[in-house]
Ligand binder design. Structure first.
Ligand SMILES: [Zn+2]
Length: 444
């Protein structure tokens, strides 16, 4: 009998487990259905609010809107998440954050963090899109323990994506190009993308593509102070020899020459832009602080109203409200002082002498390029700003490089391949001279 009772209990347990699983399944299906309609709004990103019928609406708070706009504008200008973060940090511009649970949302402001900037730039919600299922949970056994992790899905694997779902801060096309830019800058993606500038002397690393098979070309350093570029196609197919391979010094010099030829006028533009950026940085800070001041003034008025209505005999409450009022007043005064200090600085933001210095700097880019303290990283960065890609082909004894400029134009440069047997152990006088120039005088 006891045995019987036990097995009934066991059975009950199994059935209730099945029921739980069943309920969970049905609940998830219902959530998925709601998401398919774009109506499942779990946690609204900062800059948006949950409106009537769970609609996503832009937060009417002007300070929040303006700060999120600023993040996107700065990314368009600087082209790197890290640079946007550094800029916000230097300007001491805070970012809005949402704290608390979904039912008790509290908005606050925090010093900008890299991940906060990244998550604003990567969240499709700011492009007016509704996305669901951007991550998935994977379960793994690690050291005998069940470990669950959320991992990101690729965009084509998102469960739901509805464009023009609500008002965006940017367009979908801008969102897409921002994502491409973020991926490009991400070294972790290896050979599939250009990657941000790496250390090393080879200036064309990451820019070269094989014109025969389309594979990326790798920079190699067979010996100290020797650079070689080689098509990476052979890594996929070991039977095949590499389609194209050539010494790096000559190629680096030829491409640098071309770059300098077209960079001088660009340098002037860059200097003009730098001057404008210096001047506008202070405006931007004043604008942000003014919005913060408006908010602080509201807090003061609010604290005062609360203090006014409380019964003075309720001393505990009155004292707490008085403290809040004082805090609000102090925050207001602090912001007023900061704005005054910034406005003081505005009267002489950048002197004419500094402007002239910047312009001279721009005119002398070739001089800077050759300067002994000009690092390969600096040169590579300039090359990437100007060049989209370089394709390399080899015909008979000639290496041909096609330089694709960012604007869409392209030019060709050619140079003879070094003959077999005339490679690094029998380097020509010319190459010896080039190496000498590059590494002894640290030029080119
Ligand atoms: Zn190839």
């Amino acid at each position: 009998m006891q045995h019987m009772a036990l097995s009934v209990l066991c059975l009950k347990g199994t059935i209730s487990e099945m029921e739980v699983a069943n309920f969970r399944e049905r609940g998830q299906a219902a959530l998925r259905q709601k998401a398919q309609r774009g109506a499942l709004v779990q946690r609204v990103a900062v800059g948006y609010l949950r409106g009537v019928d769970d609609r996503i609406e832009k937060d009417p708070d002007a300070r929040i809107q303006s700060t999120i706009d600023l993040v996107f504008r700065k990314f368009a200008e600087l082209g790197s998440v890290r640079q946007v973060y550094f800029w916000l940090d230097r300007q001491q511009i805070e970012l809005p954050v949402v704290l608390g649970t979904k039912d008790a949302r509290e908005k606050g402001w925090q010093a900008a963090r890299y991940h906060a900037v990244l998550s604003i730039l990567k969240n499709p919600v700011y492009a007016g899109a509704y996305a669901y299922g951007r991550t998935k949970t994977i379960t793994r056994l690690e050291a005998g323990q069940k470990v669950q992790r959320r991992v990101k899905r690729r965009r084509e694997d998102w469960a739901v994506l509805i464009l023009d779902h609500h008002e965006g801060y940017i367009g979908w096309d801008v969102y897409q190009s921002n994502q491409a830019m973020i991926v490009h800058n991400d070294n972790a993606n290896g050979h599939a993308v250009r990657g941000a500038v790496r250390h090393g002397e080879a200036l064309l690393a990451g820019l070269l593509r094989c014109g025969h098979c389309g594979a990326k070309m790798l920079a190699q350093y067979p010996r100290q102070r020797v650079i070689r570029y080689q098509c990476s196609g052979y890594m996929l197919n070991r039977d095949q020899s590499s389609c194209v391979m050539f010494g790096g010094l000559r190629a680096d010099c030829l491409v640098s020459e071309q770059l300098l030829r077209c960079l001088s006028p660009l340098g002037i533009d860059a200097a003009t832009a730098a001057i404008a950026a210096l001047e506008s940085a202070n405006d931007e800070r004043i604008h942000q602080k003014t919005l913060a001041l408006e908010q602080a003034r509201y807090e003061v008025a609010h604290a005062r109203r609360q203090y006014d209505v409380v019964d003075p005999s309720n001393r505990l409450v009155a004292a707490e409200l008085e403290r809040r009022w004082n805090r609000a007043l102090a925050a207001e005064a602090e912001l007023e002082a900061e704005i005054a200090a910034l406005e003081d600085g505005l009267e002489h933001p950048i002197t004419d002498a500094q402007k002239r210095e910047l312009m001279n700097f721009a005119r002398d880019i070739p001089g800077l390029w050759d300067a002994p303290d000009s690092s390969p990283e600096y040169k590579k960065r300039l090359l990437r700003i100007a060049l989209k890609e370089i394709t390399a082909t080899c015909e008979a004894e000639t290496i041909r490089l096609v330089l694709h400029w960012q604007g869409g134009d392209h030019i060709q440069v050619e140079f003879p391949k070094i003959h077999t047997g005339k490679h690094r152990y029998a380097t020509s006088h010319e190459i010896v001279e080039m190496i000498g120039e590059r590494y002894v005088k640290d030029r080119c």
